[in-house]
Design a protein around this ligand. Structure first.
Ligand SMILES: [Fe+2]
Length: 183
């Protein structure tokens, strides 16, 4: 299964452009994490790209969200590792995160929202001028982008990454696709 095919499937299943951007941002961070940790960049990227493909199909129902996504990933032939990471990124199922891939998706998912919000509060609404230290500051402001779970982001330490490094890596990854993100 190619990235192209995954994007076609996303187009067919996801109308919300911001959700697509969120998945692209997660993909970019997952690729950067894979490079940093010496893991399979293609596999990790596809996991990020696909992880929320079922959000509209499940109508945001947390009992089915990510179960359907994992099934769709399997049908596309991603393999069980990708399906498992997608499945357990929704804590509502109570399925433990076991692999590095599971853990990477779990912490990459919420940091996209924090970084996007850090760009959107700037007058130019662009990522280019956002610095890691300002994201770090925003991280400590609990009311800022409150939907981006700080606890979940902080699980980057389960991958052996300090929060500062994870913020920097994620910010650079998102800057690399700023145009696609419209930021
Ligand atoms: Fe997500």
């Amino acid at each position: 299964m190619t990235r192209e095919e995954v994007l076609t499937s996303i187009e067919a299943n996801v109308e919300n452009k911001n959700l697509v951007k969120h998945m692209l941002a997660t993909e970019a961070i997952m690729r950067a994490l894979a490079r940093r940790l010496g893991e399979d960049e293609e596999e990790w990227g596809l996991t990020g790209l696909l992880h929320d493909i079922d959000v509209e199909l499940t109508g945001g129902d947390m009992k089915t969200h990510s179960k359907l996504g994992a099934d769709l990933a399997r049908e596309m032939g991603t393999g069980e590792a990708v399906a498992h990471a997608i499945l357990c990124h929704n804590e509502a199922h109570g399925i433990p995160r076991e692999t590095k891939l599971d853990k990477a998706l779990f912490c990459a998912d919420p940091i996209t929202g924090l970084i996007t919000a850090a760009a959107l509060v700037r007058p130019d609404k662009k990522l280019a001028g956002v610095e890691a230290k300002s994201v770090r500051k925003r991280f400590k402001e609990k009311s800022f982008a409150a939907g981006a779970s700080r606890e979940q982001i902080a699980t980057c330490n389960e991958l052996g990454l300090e929060l500062d490094e994870f913020i920097e890596l994620s910010l650079e990854a998102m800057k690399g696709i700023a145009e696609d993100l419209g930021l």
